[in-house]
Design a binder for this molecule. Structure first.
Ligand SMILES: [Zn+2]
Length: 271
């Protein structure tokens, strides 16, 4: 057997010394699944409830893949916890409210599917359900979405019955952070030309400043002409991008090219 470090045995499992206290507090979470799968006794971190986490801030369902698919994959390969915060359901579709809401549901499913391939569980995706297309109007007053007719979140969103106000959005993110402190954050750049993206970039900076978070920030740009790198094509990423069928179904070539472009350039971040 491998040397397991300094610690102690408890009910057939080996624990690192530092976790003694947590056991006393009855916080022991034993991963039976790991034990069964591996057939060995593993070091188990009992502090999983508060593990420093990498956050990806995504304005719409698909931005998290376009900006960061390979980054997420690399982090998960190292078993680093990653959580995805998706601010809107991407439901700015039609003046017919029902159609827009249904479209948002489709887009959410696409994100769930693509992220599952990158080892992200549904429970690690936070669909906040704030208004798509007019996110940047959030302020002190309650705003409504002209597309869905909603002025608050509903039961399908991460938190229901939250009125569309900036302070409410900040509160939700602070709560998420309080459960799993951020280790680093990926956010939209202020140079992105899409207003929803700019707004998410701004609000992220506000929270980081207010909460005195001394963590690395990585900025990404989705809407801007990123130069294509010659002789570069990422097949795996292209496969993931194509899961977002809702973005391809109109025969608009510009849309197709826009999406494909993210397989034609390596992921790039600015600090
Ligand atoms: Zn977007």
């Amino acid at each position: 057997m491998d040397f397991l470090g300094i610690g102690f045995w408890y009910e057939g499992f080996f624990y690192e010394k530092n976790y003694k206290k947590e056991i006393k507090n009855n916080l022991a979470i034993i991963s039976e699944k790991i034990r069964q799968e591996k057939g060995i006794i593993k070091l188990i971190n009992l502090d999983i409830e508060k593990k420093p986490t990498v956050y990806i801030f995504s304005p719409h369902p698909d931005d998290e893949i376009l900006c960061c698919a390979n980054t997420i994959k690399a982090l998960r390969n190292k078993k680093i916890p990653v959580k995805i915060i998706i601010f809107t359901n991407g439901d700015a579709k039609d003046i017919d409210n029902k159609k827009s809401i249904e479209y948002g549901k489709i887009r959410k499913k696409e994100s769930i599917r693509a992220l599952s391939i990158l080892d992200i569980e549904v429970s690690d995706i936070f669909f906040l359900g704030f208004p798509d297309g007019n996110l940047d109007e959030l302020g002190d007053e309650i705003v409504s979405s002209p597309f869905t007719g909603k002025n608050k979140t509903d039961k399908n969103d991460y938190k229901s019955d939250i009125f569309y106000k900036k302070s409410a959005l900040i509160q939700i993110i602070k709560e998420i952070f309080s459960k799993n402190p951020p280790k680093e954050i990926y956010i939209p750049s202020l140079k992105d030309t899409h207003n929803d993206h700019k707004f998410v970039g701004k609000i992220a900076r506000e929270i980081i400043k207010k909460e005195n978070l001394n963590i690395p920030i990585y900025q990404y740009i989705i809407h801007r002409n990123n130069p294509i790198k010659k002789d570069y094509f990422d097949d795996n990423k292209w496969n993931l991008i194509q899961i977002f069928n809702s973005q391809f179904h109109n025969s608009d070539n510009n849309y197709y090219n826009f999406m494909r472009r993210f397989a034609e350039i390596p992921e790039k971040f600015y600090q």
